[in-house]
Every structure is written in C-alpha cells, then in structure tokens.
Write a protein that binds this ligand. Sequence first.
Ligand code: FCB
Length: 443
Amino acid sequence: MIKFPHNFYWGTATAAFQIEGHPEEYLGKLSDWSEWIDREDKVLKPTNNGRAVEHYQHLIEDINLIKGLNNNAYRFSFNWARLHRAPGEFDENTARFYDSLLEELINTNTKNRIEPFATLVHFVLPNWLAKQGGWENPRTAHEFKNFTEYLVKRFGQKIKYWITFNEPNIFLGFGYESGIWPPGFQNDWNRYLKAYQGLVLGHQLAYKVIKENNPKAQVGVAQNLYCYEPYDQDLVTHPWQSLDSVPNILRKQLHNHAFIESCVDLEALDFLGVNYYTRFSYQLNPQAADAINPQAPSIFWGELLDRAEKKNSKSKFNSLGWELYPEGLYKALTDKALVRLIGNLPVFITENGYCKIEKESEDLEDPERIKFIRNHLVYLHKAISKGVNLKGYFYWSLLDNFEWALGMNPRFGLVHVNHSSFARTPKESYHYYSQVAKQNGII
Ligand code: FCB
C-alpha cells in the first residue's frame, strides 16, 4: 500500500456553471457564458440549454454522493453572476443555496467534516461586468473585491480555503489568444495584458479583504500547469531541433509560472492549487510570422502564436486528444523554476481528471479512469518524497457535466449523469476513489 500523509485531503472539484443549471441565469442571460452557449459556432451540441446537470435541483443527492466517496474535502465555485446582480446588490435566494451546500458539508451529524474549498471565479463573469470590458476594465477588479467582501462576511465562518481564480492562464489563453471562449478575441496581446493586470489586481484586492475579515483564512489560486518539453529529443525532425527547448521554456514561463509569480511578488499567496491534465511539446518554427509585422519572420512571437506542438510518438490520449502523461504532473511540480518560486508553499491538486466522449451511453465501467487516477497518484506520492508540500487531491469531476465549448458529451465524472432524466449513477471509478480516500492510499 502506498500511503499518503496523515490529514491528506481527498476531494472532487466542480464549478457552478458546469453543474448548477439554474434557469434564471440562462434565461435571464445573467452571465457571459449564458450568452456564449447559444452561439452556433462557439459551443458544440448538445449544450442542454444552460441546464447543465441541474445540480441546483439535486443538491442533497449530490452531497450524499460526496459523502459516499469518503472524501474529507470538496471544491465548488460560487456563482458570481447569480449572487451579484448589480453594484451593491446581492441576491439572498442564491445565497441560501450556498448556505445549504455549506451546512451539508460541514454538518456535524456525520462524523467527518467535509472541508469546503471555495472558488470565487471559475471563468464566468456577470454580464453587467462583461459588457463593460470584463477584466480589461479595472472596475471589474474592484467589483470583484466587493463581491469577495460580501462572501467573506456572509460565509466566512464556514470557509477556511479560498481560491480567488480558477486557471487565469486558461481564461486568458482561450479568451484573448485562441478566442474560443468569451470575450472571444484572437491574438489580442494588448487586451490579454490588460485583462492579466485586471486579474492580478483582483487577486490582490480579494486576498487583502479576505485576510482582513478572517486572518486564519488561506487564500490561493488554482493554476493550470502543463508539462512542457521538446518533442522526442532523440529523434531529429527538423534542422533547428536543438533549439526546441526555447518555445517550451517560453510557454512554460507565460502559461505556468507568470501568474503565480505575480501573486508571490505581491505576497498574496498562501497555497497553490494545481490543475493538471496533459503535456505539450512545441517545436521551434523560425518561419512563423511576427504578430505585429507579418512581413517579418520572428522566432519569438512566431513561437508564441503558432501552435507548432507535436504529439510524442508513443503517447496515449483521452478522447479529446489530450495526451495521458502522469509523469508530467511530477515534472511540473518538481520543476526547478516553480520550486524557486513557491519554495515550501502548500500545494493542492485542485483538478486532475480523465475524459471520455460519450453521448447517452450508460457505460459505468471505466477502467481507463481508474488507471488514470492511480497512475497520477503514484507520481504524486513520488513528488511528496521529493519534498513537494502536497496537502490534497481533487478529482475533476464529481459528475459528468457541461464542458464549456465542447458541450455535454465529454464526460469526466466519477458519477454518470443522464442528459434527459438527470439520473445519477456512480461509475466503477467512483467506488475505486472512495476506497482510495478511505485507505488514504493506493494498492
Ligand atoms: C479545466 C477547467 C474545468 C474543466 C476541466 C476539464 O481547464 O478548470 O472547468 O473544464 O478543465
């Protein structure tokens, strides 16, 4: 048995827009995503018309599923758009939903408290802020501070762990580089940097207001880390191969480390959340055009703009084409630049999950998911031995859910959800993961 440290947190992670499905948000177009979801060219069908998996209506059932997992933690996100309707206006009905959620988690009738890890923004923006330039407009950071202050005053007694943002790097990359998510700009580095600044300011203000109201609270960010490394180093595929490390280092700096560094510099990070899914391997592309001057070839911008990534030859993939590379989690966590940056800061794996694209199949056997979890845990254990101050693991996700631009068909859940009846049925991996949590280890 490979045992994890005493008091290790075992949990699952979810996000409001991906599961709640409150009709008010979608029909009232309260958020940027409730509009985006209807854009023909942007989100794959089925979208379930904003109903996601009706967690709002299945709250107690879903929490019982969490309890059945023997988990001692759960990561959820607040729905900013439904809670914060206008400057200074907060919706009490919505707040009561989170009262019930938190009560159920920390309810002392069951012998073990399930520690809530609250994410404040999981990509989605209230539409009234999105319409005014979203994170590019510094006003959003200040309204985010007001929202955070409201949350910490309203729920602060029940929550110790606060995650300001989920994956600021993915939000920036998809919103301002590839443009596949709101606000939908392509290669707009100007806006990218403005939004980046807005997020850093938002994080700083939120960190401060949480600590002022609750000095014992722990505040972090959940950052997406890829493992970046050159393609098959022993195979020669192009004449510039020896320089392939350059685009990988640049990507790693920008994607993995930049936002963390901003938070560390501001002394505003108590723990790091890491979301890990896959590896990327970029190749140098000296022919790529410069973003600013398309006439001029440029290695630097060319590499940042041109998706010259190649898959490694022996790799296996999930059905979204993401390479399965558990060792990459170890490499990302023990990366020298990251270690220099965060030192001994506590780390939580705030997401890690396996996906299969399936329409309405009721396939409950998922040996690949079990293998995925086990293999990643083996490397996490190794990372702990290497000195990483790892405190917990959250599987993404508790339930099959709405996977953003990819719609409803990609399924990451430990629990199968039927798209029309919304019936929940645990998969084999659910039972496996509940054993892992119970034993605090893997066999
Ligand atoms: C992450 C997101 C999460 C989910 C998984 C699959 O980037 O944080 O919401 O979509 O990917």
